[in-house]
Design a protein. Structure first.
Length: 127
């Protein structure tokens, strides 16, 4: 097996808290949390622009095969979609609760002879 230069060797890096420091991992672009460009990097999507400009990334074209990049992108895309779905579920739940509360406020105000505070006409078709 061919030994490839590691990013920490390439840059003579001494950042011991880096997740790839002193490891056999040569593809640092595939690792979350690397401290590239004096900033902790996120996932591959978040750090891609920096990686494309990085001398180490560009000098290791033999390590960069399209299939592994697409697999990495696919995995990270699934995580992003899952996070978005969870966020959407929370947001819709909160919005539905707000509608319930507004309806309740309107009902209480009407019971006390006051006019409704919130326009709920858009709900009439769905009730």
């Amino acid at each position: 097996m061919v030994e490839h230069t590691k990013c920490w060797e390439f840059f003579d890096c001494k950042k011991e808290d880096c997740p790839v420091f002193k490891t056999k991992q040569a593809a640092c672009w595939a690792v979350f949390g690397t401290p590239c460009q004096d900033k902790i990097q996120g996932n591959f999507f978040e750090k891609l622009e920096g990686c494309l400009k990085c001398g180490f990334f560009r000098s290791n074209k033999s390590l960069i095969d399209v299939q592994s990049i697409l697999e990495l992108v696919g995995k990270q895309w699934k995580i992003i979609v899952k996070d978005l779905e969870e966020t959407n579920k929370i947001m819709v739940g909160r919005e539905l609760r707000m509608i319930e509360l507004k309806k309740e406020i309107n009902k209480l105000r009407n019971e006390h002879g006051q006019r409704s505070r919130y326009d709920a006409s858009f709900l009439e078709e769905n009730d």
